[in-house]
Design a protein around this ligand. Structure first.
Ligand code: 4AD
Ligand code: MG
Length: 430
């Protein structure tokens, strides 16, 4: 019977055939150990000389890395491996012999691996990271579906900028000027007025000249937007959501976390509520920690965020940033016009900001004032202004960066390993 490695437990003590690739092997005169993968998982195949034909044994011994095959054998329990099963091989049918596969089991440099990303994705560690990414996506849909959100897809080609004009990818839309979306937020605000609670999940683009472990040029964002929800209520949804995906990964990605040698005790802690500090308090904390130069009104860089996060064992919300350094659409604090009702959620262990969110301006006159201050003119923005004109209501939303969240939960250092084909400052290949 044809099956997959992920289904092994269901076929205990049965003979099955699996389409697989060889990742590594070890053999002696009497026995060969084949490390096999089929995309759904990894399993060891054991070929015993005395149990198979001479031809099959010789074929097993001569298999090269990444050779593809149909391999037949009996699934048996193997308590020594964390997967729990192995394959007692009886037959091997080679599909294609792979010659000189470039990524060998020895160590390779990052640039080499990035140049071979189309093949590197097959390796055990990369496979584990992508499975964790998949689990975050799966549990994201589950969380928002369970909480009555409607999935809405904002456009990717847009005529307006959502997050400032300096990091836009320009393109031609026939005769018009267009941009690749930096954020679907403005469209999600329109959607919230039509559907109440909505979320999007899609690619976003930032022509950022940043070359850090936290920045991609193309990244995926989850953007919920909620009508009749204020800033404080939004924070509760954010912490519940992040706790939910962290606990889902812990529960459903045990093998993957083990492959990545993730310290899971750090993740067990990720349960709502999360601590909250104001921007003002964060400035004080930074001064105590020796950042003597930091002044009120300055934005935080990676070292600041890391230092703040070190004081907490859960993600921490930094709230009420100065209006000057935040986006035009954020609602001013009712008692202090110099700060806005917003929060960044900073992940522990130096992974930085994973969420940016705020309550939005819902007052037409104030929105018009912000438009003028930010030079947002022209027909491209008119539709957005109409949202504060026809039945405006308090509403809040946020954006969670998928890749930074994958990096944090997986414990990988750099976001470039958290997306199948990263787009970086110097990389459009493969
Ligand atoms: O803080 P940002 O820029 O917020 C927005 O775009 C809002 N419009 C979201 C909203 O309220 N609907 O981006 C949100 C998140 C960040 O916290 C970060 O996790 C991620 O997106 N992010 C990036 N991830 C990878 N590479 C980049 N260059 C990123 N820029 C932002
Ligand atoms: Mg931000």
């Amino acid at each position: 019977m044809k099956t997959t490695i992920s289904q092994a437990a269901k076929h205990k003590d049965q003979e099955v055939t699996i389409g697989a690739w060889l990742t590594n092997k070890r053999s002696s005169g009497k026995i060969a150990f084949l490390q096999l993968r089929d995309g759904t998982g990894f399993i060891q195949g054991v070929v015993v000389k005395n149990d198979v034909s001479e031809e099959t044994f010789q074929r097993a011994k001569s298999l090269t890395q990444e050779t593809s095959m149909y391999i037949t054998g009996k699934i048996v329990e193997d308590t020594r491996s964390s997967f729990g099963y192995e394959l007692q091989v009886s037959d091997i049918e080679v599909i294609q012999e792979a010659v000189d596969y470039p990524i060998t089991p020895k160590k390779h440099g990052t640039e080499f691996l990035m140049d071979h990303r189309h093949l590197w994705l097959r390796s055990k560690k990369q496979h584990a990271v992508m499975k964790i990414r998949n689990e975050i996506i799966r549990s994201t849909y589950q969380f928002f579906n369970e909480n009555d959100f409607v999935k809405i897809d904002p456009p990717i080609l847009t005529g307006s900028s959502a997050e400032g004009t300096t990091e836009l990818f320009h393109t031609k839309y026939f005769d018009e000027e267009a941009y690749l979306s930096q954020s679907g937020q403005l469209y999600m605000e329109a959607a919230a007025m039509a559907f109440g609670k909505v979320f999007s999940f899609g690619p976003t683009f930032r022509a950022e000249k940043s070359k850090t472990r936290r920045h991609l040029i193309e990244f995926w964002m989850i953007e919920p937007e909620m009508a009749f929800v204020d800033h404080e209520e939004s924070l509760v949804i954010q912490e519940n959501y992040v706790s939910y995906i962290a606990q889902s990964v812990l529960e459903n990605c045990k093998l993957e976390l083990e492959v990545l040698e993730r310290d899971t005790s750090k993740l067990e802690n990720i349960k709502a509520p999360f601590p909250r500090i104001t921007y003002d308090e964060a400035i004080e904390l930074l001064k105590e920690k020796g950042f003597d130069d930091i002044k009120w009104g300055e934005d935080f860089g990676a070292p600041h965020e890391t230092a703040i996060a070190e004081s907490f064992d859960k993600p921490v919300f930094i709230t009420n940033y100065p209006a000057e350094i935040k986006s035009f659409y954020m609602k001013p604090h009712p008692e202090r016009s110099d700060v806005v009702l917003c929060a960044d959620l900073i992940a522990p262990e130096g992974y930085g900001e994973i969420i940016g969110g705020s309550q939005r301006i819902d007052d037409l006159a104030l929105m018009q004032e912000r438009y003028e201050q930010h030079g947002l003119t022209g027909p491209a923005y008119e539709w957005y202004l109409e949202l504060s004109k026809y039945g405006s209501v308090p509403h809040s939303g946020f954006g969670l960066g998928l890749e930074r969240t994958v990096a944090w939960l997986s414990g990988v250092e750099h976001v470039r390993e958290t997306i199948p084909f990263p787009r970086l400052l110097n990389r459009l290949y493969p």
